[in-house]
Structure formats: C-alpha cells, structure tokens
Write a protein that binds this ligand. Structure first.
Ligand code: FE2
Ligand code: FE2
Length: 193
C-alpha cells in the first residue's frame, strides 16, 4: 500500500498490543517529531520553495493536534509520556537516502523520506485499527490511518509538483531502501519498531 514494498511482520501487532502504554508514549513523540520536522522544512526551504509553506505549516498544526489527542489518552491511562527515544527507523531511512544524496536535491529527499514515513505509519495504524481488541482505541487509529494516507499524498504530491518525473523515480528507489530498513528492525511496542 502507498508505495510500500514490504508489509509489516504481523508479529509487530502482538508486540504493540502487549504494551499499549509504551506504544502510545512512542506514538505521542512521533506526532511531535512530525510537527517539528514539517516546521523545520518550512524554515529551511520556504524561501526557495514558497509552495510548501502553507501546506506544511498546516500539517504541523494537525500533527500537534494529534500529539494532544495521544497525550490525552496517555493521561487517561495514567501512563507517562516519557522522554523521546531515538527513532531507529527514521534514522536508518534517512541514512539510506543519504547514500547517493549528492546527485539528488536535498528538498526532494526530505519530502520523499517524509512521504514514506507517513506511508509506513499509515500501514501500522491500519494493523492497529483492525487488530486491537479495544474498540475505542481501534477507532482512534482508524481515523489516524486516514490522516497518514493524506499526508503521504501531500508529501509525494509536493515532490512531484516541484521535481516531476525525477521525483517518481526517486520514490521508487527510496521505497526499496525503506522496505529493507523496515524489514531489519526489531519488533517492539513502537510505531516504527
Ligand atoms: Fe499525525
Ligand atoms: Fe502524519
């Protein structure tokens, strides 16, 4: 789905369901990082690519709202937010994209890496929506799954509008690397783990 070449190992759902407090804490930090990263793109590239300013500022606002929703759920469970952990998936994916970054515009890779992160989150949220026994939490993830699909389209659309066919080819290349990265990760109660 959404350009992902490798489905998540179904055992990930068991690991996530076994530690919902841990999953929600990690998820809350993912939403915060998504907001921060969208604003960082606006700050770094907005002058040269003014078309990203409005949609990515709006995205940062939406991701902040998601953070607040997840945080409210943490509070409801009396579960701690905790400190942000290093996201091994995002780190490995960013590193994999940098392998030949000299040949590719920085903004293009940033947009496409973000698109793939949204796609993987969407796939994981779908597993949670379909597999969690807690109906309320499953419904929450159903809504977020739809948002992530929209965000994938936003990032890949911005990349294509600016870089054309180069963006399509590069997305295919990075999707292959993303599949390898996702496959190599240990299974844990984290959104991308
Ligand atoms: Fe989000
Ligand atoms: Fe998102």
């Amino acid at each position: 789905m959404l350009h992902l070449l490798q489905p998540t190992d179904p055992r990930w759902l068991d690991a996530a369901a076994a530690d919902l407090d841990g999953l929600l804490a990690d998820h809350a930090h993912c939403e915060l990082k998504a907001a921060q990263s969208a604003l960082a793109l606006v700050g770094r590239f907005g002058a040269d690519a003014p078309e990203i300013v409005e949609p990515l500022s709006a995205l940062a606002r939406e991701e902040t709202q998601h953070f607040r929703q997840v945080h409210t759920r943490l509070e409801g469970r009396a579960a701690p937010l905790g400190k942000p952990e290093k996201d091994l998936y995002v780190k490995a994916l960013t590193k994999a994209a940098r392998r030949d970054h000299r040949e590719t515009p920085v903004l293009l890779d940033k947009l496409l890496v973000s698109a793939l992160i949204e796609a993987r989150s969407c796939e994981r949220f779908k597993l949670l929506a379909e597999g969690l026994p807690d109906e309320d939490l499953a419904g929450f993830y159903r809504g977020l799954m739809a948002a992530e699909a929209r965000h994938f389209t936003l990032f890949s659309g911005l990349a294509e509008a600016r870089f054309g066919a180069v963006a399509r080819d590069r997305l295919a290349t990075l999707a292959e690397r993303e599949a390898a990265v996702a496959h190599a990760l240990p299974l844990g109660p984290t959104v991308h783990g």
